[in-house]
Design a protein around this ligand. Structure first.
Ligand code: ACO
Ligand code: V55
Length: 278
């Protein structure tokens, strides 16, 4: 992938290590999501997904905001009389912020650097892990606009937040900060703003130590079993485990066992199995 891809509303940059920073880039509009931003993101997310140099995807925002949600002017009001354009932009939104992001084979980290409102909860919940500025401001503000948390916002919040928290924040529109987001388990880690990037890089590096195939299968497995009963999950996980053994050409499983059982050079649980690239 080119080191830096510049579109109208998004910047994608891959560093030398394998972290691709995808930055929503409408800082003057607090990264409110316009139709053009959705079209740009559709392109970028598919490209980083298939880019061999991208090992970890970090989604963040330019300026003091992660994203102020849907652009009330360009996404809603401007498309009110135009069902064709509305379908195009609503579908592009759903495609990148849910379908592509939540099905990514690579680790996805939301690095929430500031405001996160309304429709921004869709990509927030789609990411695997959320690292947040402890002072970032979150809100399900739809109620204050006379709309309900649409798209798939209501769905993703009940799946990630508790039933009580989802109802409370959707009904009141009250805001909460990053520290509270972690307390509610909507986010994983809250840090002061000046530590946000370093904390995210440390996490990304930790993930890059794992075998990428094992990591992809692990996240797919955890996500897939959520909607299954226990017997179905057992059968699925058995088949998925066997599929992993088949596709992991590095033989991470065998390698780990040999190192631990025979060579005694490795203690699993403390660090990832080191396998030279196949
Ligand atoms: N849609 C359209 N424009 C927006 C949005 C938005 N969601 N959020 C901010 N903007 C624009 C403002 O209109 C303003 O534009 P202008 O400079 O052309 O006048 C610019 O971004 C800066 O916004 P300010 O309000 O001046 O910035 P401030 O830093 O004071 O506040 C904040 C930021 C808190 C995010 C505020 O803009 C806000 O409350 N935005 C709306 C957030 C929201 O409720 N989003 C959910 C929308 S509904 C949904 O997503 C389904
Ligand atoms: C929202 C609403 C939408 C959408 C995406 O409430 C997000 C947020 C009504 O459509 O497409």
């Amino acid at each position: 992938m080119v080191a830096r891809k510049e579109l109208e509303c998004v910047i994608a940059e891959t560093d030398g290590e394998g972290i691709t920073w995808v930055t929503l880039n409408r800082p003057e509009k607090r990264n409110a999501m316009s139709p053009q931003l959705h079209y740009d993101m559709e392109e970028v997310m598919m490209e980083v997904e298939v880019d061999p140099d991208t090992k970890v995807i970090v989604l963040t925002g330019a300026g003091n905001s992660w994203s102020a949600g849907m652009d009330l002017r360009d996404y809603f009001r401007a498309t009110d009389g135009n069902p064709g354009e509305q379908f195009r932009s609503f579908t592009a939104n759903r495609h990148w912020s849910w379908d592509i992001l939540s099905n990514s084979r690579k680790p996805t980290i939301a690095m929430v650097n500031g405001y996160c409102f309304g429709g921004a909860f869709i990509p927030l919940c789609a990411c695997d892990i959320v690292v947040t500025d402890q002072d970032a401001i979150y809100g399900l503000s739809e109620i204050n606009w006379g709309i309900l948390p649409g798209g798939i916002v209501s769905k993703v919040i009940v799946d990630v937040m508790s039933h009580r928290d989802a109802l409370f924040y959707a009904m009141t529109g009250r805001t909460f900060d990053g520290a509270k987001a972690v307390e509610m388990k909507l986010a994983n880690i809250a840090v002061p703003g000046d530590k946000l990037r370093d904390e995210t890089i440390a996490l990304a590096r930790e993930l890059m130590e794992k075998n990428p195939t094992v990591l992809a299968y692990t996240k797919q497995a955890v996500r897939a079993v959520e909607g299954m009963d226990t017997n179905l999950a057992y059968e699925y996980l058995r088949a998925k485990s066997q599929a992993l053994q088949f596709v992991d050409q590095a033989g991470t499983r065998e390698h780990g066992m040999t190192e631990f059982l025979d060579k005694k050079t490795y203690r699993p649980g403390f660090s990832a199995v080191k396998v030279t690239k196949d």
